[in-house]
Design a protein around this ligand. Structure first.
Ligand SMILES: N[C@@H](CCC(=O)N[C@@H](CS)C(=O)NCC(=O)O)C(=O)O
Length: 215
């Protein structure tokens, strides 16, 4: 008989899904993976639509509780399962607020406002329509928004802020890898930071679990 795990992660093969696999790996949590992918029809089934009417991955089930949005999944997992040693969201109010400030900045300005625009209008132009000028301007905007990140990393700090990995690092690193894949310039210090993040054993483990099964 198949054993059903309490934690079930839906989604594979995308940078957003990777964030959730990565958080689960950083926290050492056992989970079942349902590696559905976008634009395959798998996000549009009745079963999945009953879990999320948004029909997007990733989605985490924890018993009867469900949560979508990659950043929210990381925060939920950390708040629910982390110890003081491996928390991905700081617990003190002001540190937590700074972490959230970086998370919202990364999710709105770098992810949705820049890279996802390029994704939709360059790589998914058959669905969203081609818009080369918009893509060029989104790449330039990404570069401009990265300046505060570059300043923050200027002192060769190991993490975006504080002395350990947080959700903000995970969101940033996945955006940086995404930018590199799209040929959007990333400055050398940010590249070195990204290599440190992607060299983490939990990240490597997550990449394996985020790889969709062969058809
Ligand atoms: N802001 C959301 C974005 C989620 C999202 O757009 N997911 C895409 C794949 S990366 C998706 O599921 N698209 C559904 C489809 O195209 O079928 C997050 O960070 O989780």
């Amino acid at each position: 008989m198949t054993e059903h795990k309490r934690l079930v992660l839906w989604g594979a093969g995308t940078g957003r899904a990777l964030r959730a696999h990565w958080a689960l790996a950083e926290l050492g949590l056992d989970y079942e993976s349902r590696p559905i992918q976008p634009r395959t029809g798998e996000t549009k089934t009745l079963e999945y639509t009953a879990l999320t009417a948004r029909q997007k991955i990733p989605l985490l089930q924890d018993g009867t509780f469900t949560i979508t949005e990659s950043a929210a999944i990381i925060a939920y997992l950390s708040d629910t399962y982390a110890s003081d040693e491996n928390a991905l969201m700081p617990r003190a109010a002001q540190e937590r607020a700074k972490c959230l400030e970086w998370c919202f900045f990364i999710m709105t300005e770098l992810d949705a406002g820049s890279l996802y625009v390029i994704r939709r209008h360059r790589y998914l132009s058959e669905i969203y329509g081609p818009a080369p000028d918009v893509c060029d301007s989104a790449a330039a905007y990404f570069g401009q928004q990265m300046r505060t990140v570059e300043r923050q990393l200027a002192e060769d700090r190991p993490y975006l802020f504080g002395d350990r990995l947080t959700a903000a690092d995970m969101l940033l690193a996945t955006c940086l890898s995404w930018a590199v894949n799209y040929g959007v310039p990333v400055d050398p210090r940010a590249m070195a930071y990204n290599t440190r993040m992607t060299d983490r054993p939990a990240y490597r483990q997550a990449v394996v679990r985020n790889t969709p099964p062969k058809p």
